[in-house]
Design a protein around this ligand. Structure first.
Ligand code: GZL
Length: 336
C-alpha cells in the first residue's frame, strides 16, 4: 500500500514524550508509535526510505543539538536523509520543500521558521501525495496538511519561567525581555505564557522588549544598548526566550560592571549545557528545558505512519525546569 495512501489519518489525542535531556532516551519514553524503530526501508520496494528535512538554520546551541538528533537518528535507521539548512529564511525552506516534491521523496519533514505562509507549498506536497511531518515549531495551517506535529509546549515554558521568577523576586521585578525570531511559534507562545503568568503579580512589569533573534551575539548587542540607555538602571530581571540570548546578555551585564544572576536576575528557556554551566556559576538563575532531541520521536512517527498506525495530530515533548540550585548536579548527565 503506497506510503501516502494513509495520508490524512484522523487525529487522536496528543501524547507526551519523556524528556531525553535529563538522561533518559526519548525513544524509550514511548511515542505515538510505541518506540519501534524505523527499519529505514520504504514499504513498497524495500529500497531505502527517502526523507527530505528542511531545517531552520544553526542559530543556537538548541538548533545544533536538534540537527544532530535528526541526522544521527536517520543514519542509525538506514534512512536516506536529504537535509537542508535555510539560514533562517522561509523562502529557503519553501524552495527546499519544493525540491523534495520534485525529487519525489517518500516523506517531507520540517521545522517552520515562522508560523504563517506555509499553506501553498504544503498543498503542493499533498497534491503530490507526499506526507508531511512537523518537528519543533508549529505552522499555522489546516491540520489535513500534515500528519503530526512533534514539539514542546512553548506557552507552558513561558509560564514556568514567569512562575519561577515570581517566586524568586517575591512578585516584584522590572523586566527586560529578549524575544526570539519575530513571528515564530516559540517567540509568540513563550511571550504569551510569560505575560499571562506575570499578570497575577502587579509588581512584575515588562518595561523593555526587543528581539535577539535567538542568537548569543544579538542578545549581547541588545542588552549592551539597553544597559547604556536611561532605562537600563531600572532593570532588575531579564527574561530571554532562549539560553543563547541569555548567555549573550550575561556577557553584556558583566562588561557593564554588574553581576548577572544577582544585580539582574535572568531566566531563560532551552536547558543547553552552557546554560547549566552559567547556572552553576550563579550567572543564570533558571532555565526551562525545551528538549531538542526530536530525531527518535520523528522517525518513530514516520515508521508508525508507514505501518498504518493512526497518529495523534500533536505529540508534546515533556520538559523539565532547572535552576541555580540544581544545575551543578545535573550538568554531568546533560545530553546536549
Ligand atoms: C524551540 C526552538 C527554538 C529554541 C531556540 O523548539 O524552535 O529555536 O528555543 C532555537 O534556541 O533557535
Amino acid at each position: 500500500m503506497k506510503l501516502a495512501m494513509r495520508f490524512g489519518l484522523s487525529a487522536l489525542l496528543p501524547i507526551v514524550i519523556l524528556a531525553a535531556g535529563c538522561g533518559s532516551d526519548s525513544s524509550s519514553g514511548g511515542t505515538a508509535a510505541g518506540g519501534s524503530s524505523t527499519n529505514g526501508k520504504s514499504p513498497d520496494s524495500g529500497k531505502k526510505l527517502v526523507v527530505g528535512f528542511s531545517q531552520i538554520g544553526a542559530e543556537s546551541g538548541w538548533r545544533t543539538a536538534n540537527t544532530e538528533s535528526i541526522k544521527s537518528e536517520a543514519e542509525k535507521r538506514g534512512v536516506d536523509l536529504k537535509f537542508s539548512d535555510a539560514q533562517q529564511k522561509q523562502e529557503n525552506q519553501i524552495k527546499a520543500i519544493r525540491s523534495y516534491i520534485d525529487q519525489k521523496v517518500d516523506v517531507i519533514a520540517f521545522s517552520p521558521v515562522v508560523e504563517t505562509g506555509w499553506e501553498p507549498v504544503l498543498r503542493e506536497a499533498k497534491a503530490a501525495n507526499i506526507p508531511v511531518f512537523v518537528s519543533d515549531r508549529r505552522p499555522d495551517v489546516p491540520d489535513d496538511l500534515y500528519v503530526t506535529f512533534i514539539g514542546s509546549d512553548f506557552i507552558e515554558e513561558g509560564k514556568r519561567a514567569a512562575e519561577w521568577l515570581a517566586a524568586k523576586c517575591g512578585g516584584k521585578a522590572t523586566i527586560a525581555e529578549l524575544s526570539g525570531t519575530p513571528g515564530s511559534a516559540p517567540a509568540n507562545d513563550r511571550k504569551k505564557g510569560f505575560t499571562d503568568a506575570i499578570a497575577k503579580f502587579p509588581g512584575m512589569k515588562i518595561v523593555f522588549s526587543q528581539t535577539g533573534e535567538f542568537t548569543r551575539a544579538k542578545g549581547k548587542e541588545v542588552t549592551e544598548a539597553l544597559l547604556k540607555s536611561p532605562q537600563g538602571s531600572q532593570i532588575t530581571a531579564l527574561f530571554a526566550h532562549n539560553d543563547d540570548m541569555a548567555l549573550g546578555a550575561i556577557q553584556a551585564i558583566e562588561e557593564a560592571g554588574k553581576k548577572p544572576g544577582k544585580d539582574i536576575l535572568i531566566v531563560s528557556i532551552d536547558g543547553v549545557k552552557d546554560a547549566f554551566k552559567a547556572m552553576s556559576e550563579g550567572k543564570l538563575n533558571c532555565s526551562v528545558e525545551c528538549n531538542p532531541l526530536l530525531g527518535p520521536p520523528l522517525f518513530d512517527a514516520i515508521d508508525a505512519f508507514k505501518k498504518g498506525t493512526k497518529l495523534p495530530k500533536r505529540t508534546v515533548m515533556k520538559d523539565g525546569i532547572f535552576d541555580e540550585t540544581t544545575a551543578a548536579k545535573e550538568l554531568p548527565t546533560r545530553k546536549y
